[in-house]
Design a protein around this ligand. Structure first.
Ligand code: PRX
Length: 656
């Protein structure tokens, strides 16, 4: 978080109460009712979650044990059998919900589809049967690399239905990022589309898969299932590649949901950490189903008639939990949007809200800042009165953006839920229950029921109000990640050893600094590790550095985050060149393009600076703290005595 943001957070001290009208129609009508629930969740956590699992989900077989906690390994609802696709589909078919809109899809250019629960069930069954025909079975890993079309959600639910774990790869990633994920997860089948629409253009997707698979790049992959979306010319490899629209002609629209063990793997989702390649975060069936279900209900005050829209991409955890699984498990209507705001259509978001009468709208601060810059005439010229609740996720929100969102989009009547959570947590952890917890701009407010969050120092000691420290969770919750795929040691090291466990107390820590104010409100300040948050996308500096050094001109690369008023952070890369190359704007441009080709456009460095050498300690470690200071144009604070060669720093300073 940049200094300016921190200052404005500190200056904003207003509290916003929900309106009487909102409270009257909400699920929790009094603070007391909510506090009782929260207290119960802390006093008897296992009973609390077991009661909810019983009343909210369908189980083929009841569990034998609610929680098996052998830190840091947690197992929830041990021995229970269920299927999340059954909970998202089949159980809604026995009521009038059968003909309720499950997915409202607004596509590009001007396409749209409304899919009822009965139709979605049929499509998912067909897709599941097509996957089976291609050889998929329980326990296999299937990658989904898709644009924002209903088939992305259908493919996820189809995998879940047959017990194959999906790993969704964001459609903006390119060949190397795809290849890494396919290999790490040992993927058997890839589901993709010929292309997708992005900002008035068709972006080819299947060719990226072909690149990733070329030269035997991912030998575990046997088949590729291709959805026709953009009608782009597409090369199909005989015996490997199949069109979905052709296979579906011959498959049944009935497919019984596989009975899954509560702890069977549901999906792997890759996310960036401080070191190494992205980590395959593993989520399992029962706990994730319950946690995404409950948090959707609590935080969004979800009701039967809501039209709920989360603008994330299904390639991220937000799309998994709050476009697909959470809303559908609750039998809600979820909107999926293929487009994004662009200069040629600055009002497209507001058109979708008006067109479908969206009542709940969940988005990222970076998007809000972009809309704010585009001007309020766009939302003001649309009817947004259907909205009753707004949400944000992905990064700290600066009060200016919060107030604009509240005033211009929410018409000063909609509470804003600022939701803190992570890929690893599976669902929202800290956020207001909108009808009972007043909000403060910039604060995600208080932990949800069952969540024991605490800000501590490195030794696990609790801190005083407003003292900055590490944001940790002290007790397991059903939606927590279970492991890093194929690397349990990395799971332990990355998340459970940063804060020393003591006297049997383990602290889950995944990289954020925060403080708790005198009212018990949490203020997340941002990452304290080498992860950068660019426009709400989480990127590891090391991944970008590896992409840069794979270019023949680059000898060494160091990447840091630089504060950016729109994106939150931007990527700033310091480069030393191989001796036969010399710095030029053209080379900088081609290095940026190289990163786009290797990882994807989201990882494109905003700025590249060539330097003769990088500042290092005597033991050869790059001193990123110094580089961060230089990139932000600020003074370098702190100790520089461990620097091997002070001239390097002076040179860099001059060049900037
Ligand atoms: O730094 C926090 C930030 O996003 C990180 C998690 O990123 P990811 O796993 O990609 O999941 C994003 C969507 C859940 C966190 O470690 N973050 C997320 N939500 C907030 C946030 N920072 C501040 N406020 C939030 N509401």
């Amino acid at each position: 978080m940049n200094n300016q943001n921190i200052e404005s957070v500190l200056q904003e001290a207003r509290k916003f109460e929900p309106s009487a009208e909102f409270i009257e129609k909400s699920n929790f009508k009094s603070l007391q009712e909510y506090q009782d629930l929260r207290e119960r969740s802390l006093e008897e956590p296992e009973k609390f979650w077991a009661d909810l699992a019983q009343s909210q989900l369908h189980w083929f077989k009841q569990w034998e044990k609610v929680l098996d906690w052998q830190p840091p390994i947690a197992k929830w609802f041990v021995g229970g059998k269920l299927n999340i696709s059954y909970n998202c589909l089949d159980r809604h078919l026995h009521s009038w919900r059968k003909n309720k809109a499950a997915i409202i899809w607004e596509g590009e250019p001007g396409d749209s589809r409304v899919i009822t629960y009965a139709q979605l069930h049929r499509e998912v069954c067909q897709f599941a049967n097509a996957l089976k025909q291609l050889g998929a079975s329980k326990g296999d890993r299937i990658a989904i690399y898709m644009p924002m079309i209903p088939e992305a959600a259908i493919a996820m639910l189809a995998c879940a239905r047959i017990g194959a774990a999906h790993t969704v790869i964001f459609g903006g990633f390119s060949r190397e990022a795809i290849k890494d994920r396919l290999n790490d997860a040992q993927v058997k089948i890839v589901v993709t589309a010929d292309g997708g629409y992005r900002k008035d253009k068709v972006v080819p997707l299947k060719p990226q898969v072909d690149l990733a698979l070329s030269d035997n790049g991912a030998p575990s992959v046997e088949k590729v299932l291709v959805v026709q979306r953009s009608n782009s010319p597409t090369e199909m490899v005989e015996g490997r590649d199949y069109w979905w629209h052709e296979l579906r002609k011959s498959v049944s629209s009935e497919c019984q949901a596989q009975e899954m063990d509560s702890e069977d793997m549901l999906f792997i989702l890759y996310t960036s950490g401080t070191t190494g390649t992205p980590k395959g975060v593993v989520h399992t069936t029962g706990g994730y189903n319950l946690y995404s279900h409950m948090t959707t209900k609590w935080v969004f005050d979800l009701q039967e008639t809501d039209v709920y829209w989360c603008t994330a991409d299904v390639g991220w955890i937000t799309g998994h939990s709050y476009i697909v699984y959470g809303p559908l498990s609750n039998g809600a209507t979820t909107v999926m949007y293929e487009g994004v705001t662009r200069a040629s259509n600055p009002g497209c978001i507001w058109d979708v809200i008006e067109k479908y009468g969206v009542t709940i709208f969940y988005t990222a601060p970076t998007a809000i800042r972009a809309w704010l810059k585009m001007g309020e005439e766009h939302p003001n010229s649309r009817n947004l009165t259907s909205l009753r609740l707004l949400g944000t996720v992905g990064e700290p929100i600066n009060p200016e953006a919060w107030i604009w969102y509240h005033r211009v989009i929410g018409g000063e009547r909609c509470p804003i839920v600022d939701t803190w959570w992570q890929t690893e947590t599976g669902g929202i952890m800290i956020a207001p229950i909108p009808s009972v917890i007043p909000t403060k701009p910039g604060s995600c407010t208080q932990p949800l029921p069952g969540i024991q969050a605490e800000i501590v120092d490195l030794d696990g000691n609790g801190l005083l109000a407003n003292q900055g420290g590490y944001l940790t969770i002290k007790y397991p919750w059903p939606g927590m990640m279970r492991t890093v795929y194929g690397n349990p040691e990395r799971f332990r090291k990355s998340y459970w050893e940063h804060i020393q466990p003591k006297d049997g107390q383990y602290f889950y820590f995944a990289g954020d600094g925060a403080r708790e104010d005198e009212d018990g409100y949490f203020w997340v300040m941002g990452r304290v590790d080498d992860v950068i948050n660019v426009a709400g996308h989480r990127l590891g500096t090391m991944e970008i550095e590896s992409a840069l050094v794979s270019h023949p001109a680059v000898a060494e690369a160091a990447v840091v985050g630089k504060a950016d008023s729109l994106k939150g952070e931007d990527i700033f890369a310091f480069i030393t060149l191989e001796s036969s190359y010399s710095p030029s704007d053209k080379l900088a441009e081609s290095l940026k393009q190289h990163v786009v080709e290797e990882i994807g456009a989201i990882a494109r460095p905003g700025e590249i600076r060539f330097t003769d050498a990088l500042p290092k300690t005597r033991s050869g470690k790059i001193m990123r703290r110094l580089l961060r200071g230089l990139a932000s144009g600020g003074e370098i604070v702190g100790d520089t005595s461990t620097l091997e060669d002070r001239n390097v720093l002076d040179q860099l300073r001059e060049s900037i």
